[in-house]
Design a protein around this ligand. Structure first.
Ligand code: SAM
Ligand code: DTB
Ligand code: SF4
Length: 336
């Protein structure tokens, strides 16, 4: 078994990232195949429970109020709509529902109470529930955990050095603090980034170093390709090359061998062959369902056809136990 290390240096990560491509894929695939369930792919489905009007200035994001992007702005959805979306996602093969809100941070108000009710309701459907709501305090993380939240997504997006070019309304340290709060509440951590923002390869390596040097590796690391959206400052960014996606996924897989690496935003632009390379390089999760938060994504049917072709199977919910259960705690201890 590959050792779980938390002391990767930039030089080591860079050497892996720059390995000749086929050697890199082979090495990542070898790490991936040490996991007996390598042909299982975890499927998450996204729903935007509160869209647009966000006060932050994330340069990639169609939901920031300051950019004119034509996004369909709406207040928090009724619980029934979220439950219906969860049922549809479950029928499509998803084991996890991730609820996103265009908030800078969670406030202790009625909207948060509503999210708590949604978490409870989706949990009752025997689905893993994930939220991505912006920054959280320790007590808010605990409240989500008590409601049955399985995972929390909070991306670092880019390197610490590059952060100010992309977001000025919060700091890298704010992001890391929230990850600490999530970890402390024993919620599974989902944190990754975006490529194609105009970052350098050194920035990608630096972000991977931060993720792999956390006291415990995130259970999931989403690798997103920027979806350039008209009206955002990054609208004119060229599409990232699939080879860059493969290098990011493979490097993440090698340096965080127990982590689920998610081939995230950007799949509508990728062929089945290109996605197959990403699975070969160690991706073992996707977002499915025809929409991400506000932009298009392949449909459940298209993805099921791809799974059949490639011999992949959807992973069942709660394979690693339910949140706060003894097994999860033991697994956490074993992974350190
Ligand atoms: N507001 C919360 C936050 O920022 O954490 C949660 C929602 S936010 C939309 C979740 C993540 O979506 C961001 O951290 C970013 O990584 C990703 N994202 C947003 N817009 C994107 C885009 N155009 N392309 C790729 N990923 C994007
Ligand atoms: C993640 O890493 N990617 C997802 C999810 N976590 C929340 C979001 C992608 C958003 C893409 C742009 C949009 O659809 O608005
Ligand atoms: Fe707001 Fe999140 Fe979009 Fe940033 S990424 S503008 S915090 S919704």
């Amino acid at each position: 078994m590959n050792e779980v290390r938390h002391d990767w240096t930039k030089e080591e990560i860079s050497e892996i990232y720059h390995t000749p491509l086929l050697d890199l894929i082979y090495r990542a695939a070898t790490v991936h195949r040490e996991n007996k369930d390598y042909a299982e792919v975890q499927i998450s489905s996204l729903i935007s429970v509160k869209t647009g009007g966000c006060p932050e200035d994330c340069a990639y994001c169609p939901q920031a109020a300051r950019y004119q992007t034509g996004v369909n702005v709406h207040a928090i959805l009724p619980k029934e709509e979220v439950v219906a979306a969860a049922q549809k996602a479950k029928a499509g093969g998803a084991s996890r529902l991730c609820m996103g809100a265009a908030w800078r941070e969670v406030r202790d108000n009625r909207d948060f109470d509503k999210v708590i009710e949604m978490v409870q309701a989706v949990n009752e459907l025997d689905m893993e529930v994930c939220c991505t709501l912006g920054m959280l305090t320790e007590s808010q993380a605990q409240r989500l955990a008590d409601a049955g939240l399985y995972a929390y997504n909070h991306n670092l997006d880019t390197s610490e050095e590059d952060y100010k070019r992309i977001i000025t309304t919060r700091t890298y340290n704010d992001r890391l603090k929230t990850l600490e709060h999530v970890r402390k509440a024993k919620i599974s951590v989902c944190s990754g980034g975006i490529i194609g923002l105009g970052e350098t390869v050194e920035d990608r390596i630096s972000m991977l170093k931060t993720l792999s040097n956390l006291p415990k590796h995130p259970e999931s690391v989403p690798v997103n390709a920027l979806v350039p959206v008209e009206g955002t400052p990054l609208a004119e960014q060229p599409r990232v090359s699939v080879w860059d996606m493969v290098r990011m996924i493979a490097t993440a897989r090698i340096i965080m061998p127990r982590t689920v690496v998610r081939l995230s935003a950007g799949r509508t632009e990728m062929s089945t062959v290109e996605q197959a390379l990403c699975f070969m390089a160690g991706a073992s999760s996707i977002f499915a369902g025809e929409k991400l938060l506000t932009t298009p994504n392949p449909s459940f049917d298209e993805d099921m056809a791809m799974f059949e072709l490639l011999g992949l199977t959807p992973r069942k919910a709660f394979k690693n136990g339910r949140p706060n259960q003894q097994e999860v705690k033991e697994e956490a201890a074993a992974a350190l």
